[in-house]
Design a protein around this ligand. Structure first.
Ligand code: HEM
Ligand SMILES: [Ca+2]
Length: 671
């Protein structure tokens, strides 16, 4: 309590001296993307209290790192004077539809996968003090700066896939925004953004550094940022979470959206967001009808777009990150339209259904379609067919699957969110491209200039142009090369420099206490490397040697760095360790989801006839049907349109099948 009061006094001083993030700066935009919602803000205070108590115990009893990590996590907060900070269990009733916040999916462990709960962990966290402080070298020295690693190991360059379209990147980001969203800390007294560096890029004096800061050092030889006099890159820690079962122990982080693949990015993870996106009739989602086209509702207050009072305005969707870049807005728009099309068709088939039933039934179908695309089209490319088969992830071609396992916790793993699934950042391209219906390049926009500025989507033909871009433009390869736009200019807008996404990823791993790369090798059944040379089983000798010049010890390597340097496994996009972590997560998201679309034998299951229709879903059909007027598309949208995957007319339902909702006529309804 006393510590919290001290922090409040300190924060008042910071605010008084205007030591908060500058509005419109890259750090400000970053903070908009990872802003906590109200429920999380309330919880974070309690989490900070428990973490503070843990740190006090560590200090008072002089606990070792291991004692702090393993001993304290056996002690429950519920038996102490701060017991009332523990969250209450949700009350579950059996329904045909998923809850809004993911609770009650697992009927024994009602909070598994629920929004605003902590991530789960495969490996226990590794904090240098056992509970809160970022990892250090095993020699005791600080780890190398995340920016130095980024600029030395992972170079700015572009190499693209011959076979895959940019959609493979875009689907990854869209899925991310369905399953993980980690809020970062704020100035608790007034919700302003924490500033971790001075506005001129210098480091804060220690007395001005907010406790939630882990600023990234920029060295004087930095090949890009040094010319602007930057010594410091802003980095605010992820908010602490209330630990599972409300125990004392090391810092955990919060997932503020539902872990399940349940289109929470379309519908929202809280009742208030969901309600704000709904129309009062027809089961429909709200649209902004603009010159005859349905666009996402616009907002005067959409996060990151500033307090714009006049059009053009940014967009609203189930996930607040929607305006992060225009191709993401495109995918959100497509799925909002898909929901409304399904709701319209259901209303025609079942004229007696009310608003709520139409909405829930359309939502149920849309979620199934998104799951089908993810498991049928996306994951076979990312994980590879072999992994899909050996882990039972391939969708069946007929009948129900009975794969649900009550003991599988589908909650997102910390290492998946903070490192492994960020693999997608290497697929990001420098330009957002648009193509005309004749296949000629008509838009070529630098990514940083379009972030939080998707306004050209109000122009006629722009949506179609970007859809063609996503299915024509090649994706960058999974490798250690990143676009300059994300490494030097993230959220720069029209300014000359921005943040470094790779450095943020590395620092985030440390913030979350992720154990080092070598520990992940071990849990993923690679031999524990004793020297840097041992790493050559999965990476180039050159990269292994390079690592040895950057890190003092082979046990120091950050998971994000090691994982990115691995050769991709044959037949998949990513290397051994990321495949292990990402594959495990998608296995959980299937096996641990009671509402997974192929599950049979449950009152909430689809009928076989309905499943047969859902299995006809393809991303190309979804794009064709919900574009303004895209005429042609290849049947496999993640794959370039050549040879066996030639573009055909969107009207050609023999090549790009259309689903029929006839099996939903007279569908029994219960809520
Ligand atoms: C233009 C494209 C993208 C941009 C600008 C972008 C930007 C960002 C930023 C700024 C963060 C937070 C970094 C931090 O402070 O820790 C982040 C997190 C993340 N990104 Fe991306 N990203 C993009 C695409 C992708 C793709 C394609 C994937 C996956 C295939 C992906 C997966 C993730 C994941 C898993 C996180 C952690 C999310 C969380 O837990 O909150 N991102 N991204
Ligand atoms: Ca979700």
């Amino acid at each position: 309590m006393e510590q919290i009061e001290q922090r409040n006094v300190f924060e008042r001083e910071l605010v008084f001296n205007n030591i908060v993030a500058e509005v419109g700066s890259p750090v400000f935009l970053h903070a908009r993307l990872f802003e906590p919602n109200d429920e999380v803000k309330a919880q974070a205070k309690n989490a900070a209290l428990t973490l503070g108590a843990t740190l006090n115990l560590v200090k008072k009893f002089n606990l070792s790192k291991e004692e702090a990590e393993f001993g304290l996590s056996k002690v429950s907060v519920a038996n102490t004077i701060i017991a009332d900070t523990c969250p209450v269990e949700p009350v579950c009733t059996e329904t045909k539809y998923r809850s809004r916040d993911g609770s009650c999916n697992n009927l024994k462990n009602k909070k598994w996968g629920q929004a605003a709960t902590s991530y789960q962990r495969i490996l226990p966290p590794d904090y240098s003090d056992g509970a809160n402080a970022p990892r250090r070298s095993v020699t005791g020295a600080p780890l190398p700066s995340a920016r130095t690693l980024s600029r030395n190991m992972l170079v700015a360059n572009e190499e693209v896939y011959k076979e895959f379209t940019l959609l493979i990147m875009q689907w990854g980001q869209f899925v991310t925004h369905d399953i993980t969203h980690t809020p970062i800390g704020q100035v608790t007294i007034n919700g302003q953004d924490v500033s971790c560096c001075e506005r001129n890029g210098k480091r804060h004096a220690p007395e001005n550094l907010h406790p939630e800061c882990l600023p990234i050092n920029i060295l004087p030889d930095d090949p890009f940022l040094a010319q602007f006099g930057r010594e410091c890159m802003g980095f605010v820690r992820s908010m602490p979470a209330i630990r599972r079962e409300c125990k004392f122990g090391p810092r955990e982080q919060i997932n503020q959206i539902t872990s399940y693949i349940d289109a929470s990015n379309v519908y929202g993870s809280t009742k208030s967001v969901a309600d704000s996106l709904r129309e009062a009739e027809g089961g429909r989602l709200k649209v902004n009808r603009h010159e005859g086209r349905d666009l996402l509702p616009s907002s005067r207050t959409a996060l990151g777009c500033g307090p714009r009072q006049r059009p053009p305005l940014c967009f609203l969707a189930g996930d607040v990150r929607v305006n992060e870049q225009p191709d993401l807005v495109v995918i959100h728009t497509i799925w909002m339209r898909q929901h409304n099309n399904v709701a319209g068709e259901l209303a025609r088939l079942n004229p007696g259904w009310n608003n709520e039933v139409l909405y829930q039934e359309a939502r149920r179908i849309v979620i199934a379609q998104m799951q089908h695309i993810t498991y049928n089209e996306y994951l076979p490319i990312v994980l590879g067919q072999q992994f899909m088969v050996s882990f039972g992830l391939v969708p069946l071609s007929e009948g129900h699957a009975n794969t649900y396992l009550t003991q599988v916790d589908a909650s997102v793993n910390n290492a998946f969110a903070a490192a492994a699934f960020r693999y997608g950042h290497t697929l990001v391209t420098t330009h957002v491209q648009g193509f005309s219906k004749f296949g000629t390049l008509e838009r070529n926009l630098k990514l940083s200039q379009t972030q939080f500025a998707p306004f050209f989507l109000y122009e006629k033909n722009s949506l179609d142009s970007l859809i063609r871009g996503l299915t024509i433009q090649p994706s960058q390869k999974f490798d250690s090369k990143f676009s300059d736009e994300v490494i030097n200019r993230l959220f720069a807008g029209n300014g000359s420099f921005g943040l470094d996404l790779v450095a943020l990823n590395i620092q985030r791993g440390r913030d979350h206490g992720l154990p080092s790369y070598n520990q992940w090798r071990k849990i993923c059944h690679l031999p524990l490397a004793k020297s840097f040379n041992d790493l050559t089983d999965v990476m180039n000798l050159e990269d292994a040697q390079h690592l040895s010049t950057m890190y003092q010890h082979v046990d120091d390597i950050d998971l994000f760095v090691g994982g990115l340097l691995e050769h991709p496994k044959v037949g998949s996009l990513v290397g051994h360790t990321f495949l292990c972590i990402v594959g495990d997560q998608f296995a959980r998201l299937k096996l641990g989801d009671r509402f997974y679309y192929e599950n049979g034998g449950l009152r909430s299951s689809f009928s076989e006839a309905q499943l047969e229709q859902i299995r006809k879903t393809s991303l190309s059909r979804i794009l064709c049907d919900n574009s303004d007027n895209v005429e042609n598309m290849q049947p496999l949208a993640f794959v370039q349109g050549h040879l066996a995957n030639r573009r055909v007319s969107c009207n050609d339902v023999s090549v790009i099948p259309k689903i029929s909702l006839d099996p939903w006529r007279n569908e029994p309804v219960w809520v």
